[in-house]
Design a protein around this ligand. Sequence first.
Ligand code: ATP
Ligand code: ZN
Ligand code: MG
Length: 507
Amino acid sequence: MRLDLNATLIFSDDVEPAKDKIKECLEESNRDLLKRGVPEDVEDGGANVRAHSIEKENLHLHIISDRYVRAHDALLRLKKQLNQELGPEFHVGVRDVDIEDYIIELELERLPKREEDLKLPFVERLEFEDDMCSMSLSSLSEERLAKNYVDRIINRLREKIEAQYYEGKEEKWELLFKSEKKDMVWREDPTEVMDDRGWIKRGPTKGKWFYRPEAAKILKTLERIAVEEVLKPLGFEEVIESMMVPFDVWIDTGHMEGIPNEAYYVAEPSTRNPDEWAEIIDEIKITKEVPLEKLDEMTDTPKAGICYAQCPVIYWSLRNETISDDSLPLLLYEDTVPSTRYESGGRHGIERVDEFHRVEPVYIGTKEQLTKLKDSLIERYTYVFDEILDIEWRMAKVEPFYLQQAGGEREEEEADLGTIDFEAYLPYRGSREDSEWLEFGNLSIFRKYTESFNIKGQTEKLLSGCTGIGIERWATAFLAQKGIDAEKWPEGFREHFGDMPKGIELL
Ligand code: ATP
Ligand code: ZN
Ligand code: MG
C-alpha cells in the first residue's frame, strides 16, 4: 500500500519566521516520529515528508507513506509535534487542516468484476490495473481522518469487490440432525385454510394478520410451550424492553448497515403544540382523509426503528456494564415486543410477514458456559419438537457465504460459535427432497456483541448469543404437518391447548 497526501496546516499566524525550525522539525520527524510503529524487519518503512513549502500562515506538506504509518496519521502526528515545538517560541498553533488530495494505491486479492458498481462516499476516482487499485479521496477533514474514515473506506472497497464474487452463491448449509419421518395429516397451506374459516384476517396493513380466538389460542399455546418447556427449565428470566430502537444501537449491532432496507422507521411529531396541528385537524375533519404532504412536514426524520429482533435492546441495556460472576451465564428472554420487517415481495402466509411475534432468549457467558447451554437448549427444543409437537424437523449449521471467506484458523476457533437453523418440512410446498423447508427457529453464539457493546465479565471474556422462537413459524410448521382439526393433533399439544375457543360467527 502506498499513500500519497497533499495537505496544508494552517497556523494562527505567519510561520515564515519559523521556517528553519519547521525544516529542522520535519527532518527530525522523518528520522523518528514518522517511523514509530514500523516493525523492525521492515526496511525504510513508515511515512516521509517528501516536500514542504511555507507561505504566510500556511505550511504545505507532501507526505508519502506505507501501511505502517499511514500518511494521514503522519499528518496528525506532525500537527501535534509542530504545535509543541513552535508554540513556546513563535506563539503560533495549527488552526485548521486542509486536505488537498489523497491518493491511495493498494494491492487487491482480485480485481472487481464490475468497476462501475464500486461507487463509495469520499472516493472521487478509482482505477484498477493488474492487481492494484488507485483511489483518490476527497472531502476529508481532520476530524474524519482522526475518526478512521480512511481505513473504513478501504475495508468497504475490499468488501464490495469480494461481494461481487460470492453474489448468487448459496450460504453454507450442513445437516446436523434429522428427526424421524412423520405421517403428514394433510397437504394444505394452513394460512389459506384458516383464512377461509375466518380464524385469521389479512391486514389492516401489508403483511399483517389479525388472529381471531382460534388462531390466537394456537399461537399463544405455542408461545407458552416455548417458555414453559424450553426456557423455564433452563432458568431463563423474563425482561420487557422498548419496541423502538435508536440508530446508535443498530450501529453497534450492525443492523443499520445490514438491514436498512427491511427496517420500519419511527417518526416523531415535530411539535406537540395543538395550535400548530390545527390546520391538519381541520382538513381531516372536512375531507375525512389525512393530508399526507402536510403530515410529512409535521413529522421529523426518523431517528429510530421498530424492533427487528429483540436482542439489540437487551445488549443496549447492558452496554459498558460488568456482569458479576454470580450472574453468569446471564439467561434472559423477551416476549412482549413484536418484530417488524419490510418483507415486500417475499411475504407469504403467516410465516413470512411484516409483523411477527417471537420469544427471544439472549444469553451471555463464558465460551464454556454458552457451549454447554447450547447443548441444553437443543435438548429442550428436541423434546418439544418430538414429544409435544411431534413434527418432522431437522437442524443445520449455516453460515452466510461472506463469513466463510474468513476461513482457516478462525474457522477452527469459531467451530462452536455461529448459527444453527431449525427447519420443518412443509408438505404443502412439495416433496421432502425437492421443496424448501421452513426455518422456524435458530440459535447463535457470537463474539461481536459483547465486544461492540463493551459488556465485560469479572474475570473472563464473555460471549453472547440468542435463539429466535418465531411463533408464526412454529405455528406454520405445526399446522402444515398436523392440520387444523384439533382431534388430529398430537396428545402433547392438545393437553397444552385445552378446548377450542368458541370463536366468532359472522353472518
Ligand atoms: P429468513 O431467512 O427466513 O428471512 P431470517 O434469517 O431473516 O429468516 P432471523 O433474522 O434469523 O430470520 O430471525 C429469527 C427468527 O424469526 C426466524 O427463525 C423466524 O422464526 C422468525 N422470522 C424472521 N423473519 C420472519 C418473518 N418475516 N415472518 C415471520 N417470522 C420471521
Ligand atoms: Zn437475536
Ligand atoms: Mg429474513
